[in-house]
Design a binder for this molecule. Structure first.
Ligand code: TMP
Length: 265
């Protein structure tokens, strides 16, 4: 069956699907050690008890995440990202995902506000890193470093690397968003092990987008992230578009390429 061997371009319907999550699908990539990350329009919250299709969300998150990961790479913060391929897909390096959601908080909101009785919007005395064990059946419970190392989800050295990455991402993202009038309240990253020959290093994986961050307008505190969906506020897509616009990713009235009339000179 040699004629079936994938060439560099594999039509979408013949690609091997490696994994499907709530908002993304991973396909086999064109080269060994690569994958294609496809952004869906699905929005979920509360461990998928709440679900909707938001037309165009995947396209926006693909672009916003591309923008952020390109900057991280350029700053020497290692990530899985190689390049965006099209409206919904990006080429990434295959990594072994560490089963943790790493949350960095600058301002109290969401679960920390509820758990510790802190009013939402309160500036935290310093940035706080929390870990959640990625396990849908258990509802991603919060865990301590002790659990992570005792159960072997990551070694102490790996966890040090994960925390160092999380702090660097926080410093970069806080500045990036502040520059466009947005407060980075908190965000979640996932990290993975990238194997290169005999070497292994921890890199930032998954996505960074308004799905995985809390972003508030500096002046009005208006929410520009997935809380609009979680809290039934409406205007989610418009908020994501505004984030993209402020980052300079979307120009006003941008249309997808090759659609609509073109000016004939
Ligand atoms: P939390 O306040 O609900 O714990 O969320 C903290 C941050 O992590 C917030 O920016 C949203 C993000 N997050 C995810 O990306 N995925 C999740 O499953 C959860 C619960 C939160």
């Amino acid at each position: 069956m040699d004629f079936l061997k994938p060439t560099r371009y594999v039509p979408m319907n013949r690609r091997r699907r490696i994994y499907e999550g709530k908002a993304k699908i991973l396909y086999e990539g064109p080269e060994p050690g690569t994958l294609i990350q496809h952004f869906k329009d699905d929005a979920t919250a509360f461990n998928a008890k709440k679900h909707a299709i938001i037309d165009g969300k995947g396209v926006l998150n693909n672009r916003i995440s591309e923008f952020i990961f390109n900057h991280l790479n350029a700053m020497g913060i290692p990530t899985h990202f190689i390049r965006r391929m099209n409206m919904r897909e990006q080429l990434i390096r295959e990594v072994e995902i560490i089963p943790l959601e790493v949350v960095v908080r600058n301002v109290a909101a969401g679960s920390i506000a509820t758990r510790l009785g802190i009013e939402e919007g309160t500036q935290l005395p310093r940035s706080i890193i929390e870990f959640y064990y990625k396990n849908d059946e258990l509802n991603d419970p919060m865990v301590a470093e002790e659990h992570i190392t005792a159960f072997g989800w990551a070694t102490p050295q790996e966890l040090d690397d994960v925390m160092a990455l999380a702090i660097r991402v926080n410093d970069f993202l806080s500045g990036l968003f502040l520059g466009v009038g947005i407060r980075l309240v908190d965000f979640k990253i996932e990290c993975g092990r990238l194997f290169e020959g005999d070497m292994m290093r921890i890199v930032v994986a998954d996505e960074i987008s308004p799905d995985s961050c809390r972003l508030w307008d500096i002046n009005t505190n208006e929410k520009m992230d997935k809380d609009r969906f979680r809290r039934d506020m409406g205007g989610m897509l418009e908020a994501y578009q505004e984030v993209a616009k402020r980052l300079g990713i979307l120009n006003e009235n941008e249309r997808p390429a090759n659609t609509g009339p073109t000016l004939v000179q």
